[in-house]
Write a protein that binds this ligand. Sequence first.
Ligand code: ATP
Ligand code: MG
Length: 520
Amino acid sequence: MACNRTPLTSTRPATSAGCPDIEAFWAGSRNLLRFCPNCRHFLRRDGGCTHCENGGSREFPNAHDITARLTAAGFQAVVVGGFLRKALTGLPPKDIDIATSATPDEVRALFGNRVRSNGGESHGTVLVLPPAGSGEPIEVTTFRLDVETDGRRAVTRFTRDIGEDLTRRDLTVNALAVDPHTGQAFGPGGNAGGALTDLRDGLIRFVGDGRKRIAEDRLRVLRAIRFACESDNRRLSDEAKADIRASLHLLPGPLSGRRIGEEIVKTLATAHPRRALEMYRDLGLLPKFLPELEPTIGQAQNAHHGSNDVWAHTMETLEAAEAPEGVSPGLFRLAMLLHDSGKPATAAPKQGAPGEFTFYGHEEAGQRIAGAVAERWQMSNPDRKLLEGVAAEHMAVPTGDFSDAAIRRWGRRIEQRWGAALLPVLLAAREADRAGRDRDKTLAETARIRAVLAEVKATGGSQLAVGGKDVMARLGLKPGPAVGAVLKKLAAAVLDDPALNSRETLLALIDEETSGPADA
Ligand code: ATP
Ligand code: MG
């Protein structure tokens, strides 16, 4: 189905008048804010439809309907915040937020049973479902302004003035709003010029007085750094850096560990996690949020690492970290960030090798640190296990001199101690850990381990093809340790040779046990 790409409106946006650069940036971007007249989905930046052609992009049909109906009822309705920050700079938007001059009651009156509460109604937010029940609900939030804050949360009140709403937002790149039907853009105080210029230049700046904005909500420091790392051309403005440095005494303040952890994990998932960590370090934020990493700075390690200290090695690892399928990139990168955190506490001069160190026990020390971070950030048990598992086991991943049977035994041990999900994580961790040296050799080793583990899986995994009942029936045993001993022996035999893991063969092996010691 082809889309007619004529824009619905041609109203010019409110940009900082007369700047050809911004006009051009805006002209190149505004396709996004047009809808396909055919199916009413947003058009992409290149003018294609997000729905009826090249359907790979996100679809937001509901946004059209919601903004159109609010506007027809005499309210103002704009697309705002993260959607524009991402879409206008070529990043795939995750979701779309709508802000409106209508109060939640007015939104409810207009959309009736399409409105759902997400618990945010007192703050002005409701969810509006799509008309025909297809697609995702969209958050619609009433324009509001902050009356007072406690350093994290604000008491707000509703306003009909979009300029006021945008002025309370954290960063100029997040304080842009666009009426998708007219193409008119708005920014803090009403004028979009500054926000558009900053988006174009990739400049991350607080809206208004940075120190005040940080004092109102300390999380904004971490958010500013996250957005500065979201894509290549972004950077934190010099004023923002100065404001953060001047606000260190306020941090972390009332921020909960959970919010800090969530924000840092999101930051690690951006395009430039290393840049984020270096900013934390340069701006003095490490002692506030990740004090565990401080001792890695200046902690020399051995020459074969090629990098100067544990911090530098960790940064290289972070940059190389590629999460295995199904594992959140932010979480995996956090695991890499902490994997050697036990080294400073365990470093000891190596006998007979001046300038070299041993780090005996750094895995356990790192595991404890990873557990403490997970605890402080109130992470889920599976996430905590992943962080601890990588720290505890990253040195034990098999190398080229392991036999297939030894790899299988390692796999089984990891599975029993941490769960099978840790296996691909440890292999990815090994690849990241060795990114700076022996890359090809490491990749060949991990490829072999994957092949051996895949074979184990294909032959029934570590699950034996027989069970305790079979052992009892064949050997006439009652439940007890003797049954367990036979099963253990069978499991060891299967680890050495997975081809034995068929019911027929194992029953024969059980029969051989009649005169064996396990039977005694
Ligand atoms: P993403 O969804 O990728 O995290 P986002 O910009 O949509 O990015 P949200 O946390 O969903 O981030 O917030 C939506 C919008 O609300 C932001 O774009 C910003 O305008 C505003 N906002 C969010 N958090 C704050 C804050 N702490 N202080 C001020 N404004 C904020
Ligand atoms: Mg969002």
